[in-house]
Design a protein around this ligand. Structure first.
Ligand code: NAP
Length: 621
């Protein structure tokens, strides 16, 4: 047996030592700065008389229609496979292939895996093994280490297990580097590292009916058996590239934001960045501080709301360190906020429990119809977007650049972003916005990017072109009952799950935070907590009943899928734009994210009390 794998004489379980060392100390950075200029920290007043009238609606429609069909992405294969290399860790720790059995195998060592381990361990499930593609824990926060990275949900509600680790984040919106350290803290404190196989990618997961086990094969030659498989490998995991003719001919350096190459010194260089989503919005202000010239190739502007970053105050530290349950209480209050913007701006007085609500509630003398409620939501979204557009005019000096930076779609339809330095960056003489609307960059040559007949020579080209949403390639490699893959099932029947966690025909397989997986607020961590609690309940229930296998019945699954479809359709006007959330406008309603709010809880509690959706089987072994 290698040093990487040993047997614990007390438990008889295998203990792993496969965490890879950090590749270089150059991999370091910070997130949002504290900005003192008050003008940059608040939105301008609402423009007087702003209404979402027919003219404005037509403008939104034209903005959307011009972009329809423009999105064209490709996987990182062939020449582009190198973009997937792990640039953050030393090479994998050598170890023998494993062919043994464990009770629970979890795919992913990010927030999901870390929290699951803590909860499973506490509940007495210790025969748990994790497979993680990266060289260390962190998931999203392992792979995304671009300059400027930070969370956009306040860190006191977003970082898991704060009380359990005794940690208080340094900033209201912690940097990704601080979050990664917190992941390492959680892993160290709760013994996660002993259970994780790093640099190990699951390549096939096949249900064996006879033994009632999953057979899990990896790129390290493992062929392990597990009673349960939990997919905790994230919702924006697989990076993608815009497909642009000539991209393979570019002779300069290039990389995707999720594999930031700190070996390339950007100081004084001509750097281009394609894309202006949440990643680029955070990276661009930091890039502008070091590069010689920065070319930002934008197809669709993001909405740039205020960030208002601040340090954690001394008073907060003192109060929280004496207040058991502070983080849980805060997270629970956060979860009660049902409006995106109110949630992300995170009113401190409300979250600290000092005031009862985060806003004054309007009282209506009668109950509004669903149509009236929708109209009110669209109107307030429009007014907020008007403020966001007015902010661009107030900050960006060049009128042509300002016009290009204004988004025309409902708030939150594309991922809202927050920054107090992004817009001022476009006033710098060495920062150039190249507006490629509405079709995007469509030519790259060996020297750089070409757009509208103008060549932009570059030393370095950065793809900030995002990730596959709700669709990891894992789904193609999971074979359930009858040898059918999950992808095949969903392609033929439409996405069908129960609570987003189970899918019929795939017994003992649980998907954490996947398609149709509700259970929380805008705080992703909240969803993970809800899913982890549910899974612990399920496994305990099975233990109590002496069940070895659980599947879900078709009828409750169909009912739940129909519910997902209906709420998606009912709320669709709020997301009427081209966005990865709706599969660039092409996804079947209800097949991706979940928009049913707390109704997920109702489905869950009903199922837990009746057990009607489940089919329990005895252990084949
Ligand atoms: P993204 O939002 O998918 O952005 C991709 C960008 O590439 C878009 O601006 C897209 O434009 C652009 N693009 C694609 N093809 C193009 C072309 N041919 N020419 C020009 N532009 C092109 O990806 P992301 O910014 O990496 O963010 C992904 C998600 O990760 C976020 O939405 C968020 O959920 C998460 N994230 C979170 C944080 C945080 O919590 N702080 C930070 C970063 C990322 P179109 O809009 O026109 O398609």
């Amino acid at each position: 047996m290698s040093e990487a794998v040993r047997i614990d004489p007390e438990t008889g379980l295998k203990v792993f030592k496969t965490r890879a060392a950090k590749a270089s100390e150059k991999i370091a950075g910070k997130g949002y700065s504290v900005v003192t200029d008050q003008k940059l920290r608040e939105l301008p007043q609402m423009p007087a008389g702003a209404t979402f009238n027919a003219e404005e609606q037509a403008k939104y429609r034209a903005f959307k229609e011009a972009r329809a069909g423009a999105a064209d992405y490709m996987a990182m294969e062939g020449n582009f496979k190198k973009y997937l290399d792990d640039v953050y860790s030393e090479p994998p720790i050598p170890r023998e292939a494993l062919t043994d059995e464990c009770e629970i195998l979890v795919v992913g060592g990010g927030f999901g895996g870390l929290l699951l381990w803590h909860k499973l361990n506490e509940a007495g499930f210790t025969d748990v093994r994790f497979c993680e593609k990266g060289g260390d824990v962190g998931g999203t926060w392992y792979w995304n280490r671009y300059p400027g990275i930070a969370c956009d949900v306040e860190s006191y509600s977003y970082l898991p297990l704060l009380e359990e680790t005794g940690y208080i984040p340094s900033m209201k919106f912690a940097s990704g580097f601080e979050i990664l350290e917190h992941c390492q803290r959680m892993a160290e404190k709760f013994g996660f590292y002993d259970h994780c196989l790093f640099h190990t990618t699951v390549e096939a997961t096949t249900w064996d009916e006879e033994s009632g086990r999953w057979i899990v094969e990896t790129d390290r030659g493992d062929k392990m058996r597990a009673r349960f498989v939990i997919l905790a490998n994230g919702i924006l995991t697989t990076p993608k590239l815009a497909r642009i003719p000539g991209m393979e001919t570019f002779k300069g350096e290039s990389f995707h934001t999720s594999r930031w190459n700190y070996n390339i010194d950007l100081t004084g260089k001509r750097v281009g960045i394609i894309g202006t989503g949440a990643t680029a919005v955070q990276a661009i202000p930091e890039l502008a501080k070091v590069v010689g010239d920065l070319y930002v190739f934008q197809r669709t502007p993001s909405s740039i709301d205020v960030r208002d970053q601040r340090e954690t105050s001394r008073e907060e530290r003192e109060t929280w360190s004496k207040e058991p349950g502070w983080a849980r209480a805060r997270r629970e209050r956060f979860a009660r906020i049902s409006e995106v913007r109110a949630a992300v701006l995170a009113n401190d007085d409300y979250l600290a429990g000092k005031v009862k609500d985060f806003k004054e509630r309007k009282q209506y003398d009668r109950q509004l119809t669903p149509e009236e409620r929708m109209q009110k939501q669209l109107d307030s979204s429009f007014r907020l977007m008007e403020q966001i557009r007015a902010r661009v005019d107030a900050i960006v000096k060049d009128p042509k650049t300002a016009a290009a930076l204004k988004p025309y779609y409902p708030y939150g339809c594309k991922r809202p972003t927050f920054h107090d330095e992004y817009l001022p960056t476009f006033n710098l003489p060495h920062v150039h916005l190249v507006d490629t609307a509405p079709r995007g960059v469509n030519e790259i040559n060996e020297r750089g990017v070409v757009h509208d007949g103008v060549e932009y020579p570059l030393d370095v080209l950065i793809y900030a072109t995002g990730f596959q949403w709700m669709g990891t390639s894992t789904f193609q490699r999971i074979k359930g009952r009858g040898g059918r893959t999950l992808t095949e099932k969903w392609q033929t029947e439409g996405t069908r799950t129960f609570l987003g966690l189970h899918t019929s025909g795939f017994p003992n397989l649980f998907i954490v935070t996947g398609p149709q997986g509700g259970g929380g607020s805008f705080n992703f961590t909240d969803v993970i907590y809800a899913h982890a609690d549910y899974l612990i309940w399920m496994m305990q229930t099975m233990r109590e009943r002496g069940a070895g296998v659980v599947d879900v019945r078709k009828e409750p699954e169909d009912r739940y899928a129909e519910h997902c479809r209906e709420v998606d359709i009912a709320t669709a006007p709020l997301r009427d734009c081209i966005s990865y959330y709706n599969g660039e406008g092409k996804a079947a309603p209800g097949s991706l994210a979940y928009y049913g709010g707390r109704q997920w809880d109702r489905f869950r509690t009903e199922a837990q009390s009746s057990l009607e959706p489940y089919v329990f089987g005895t252990d084949a072994n």
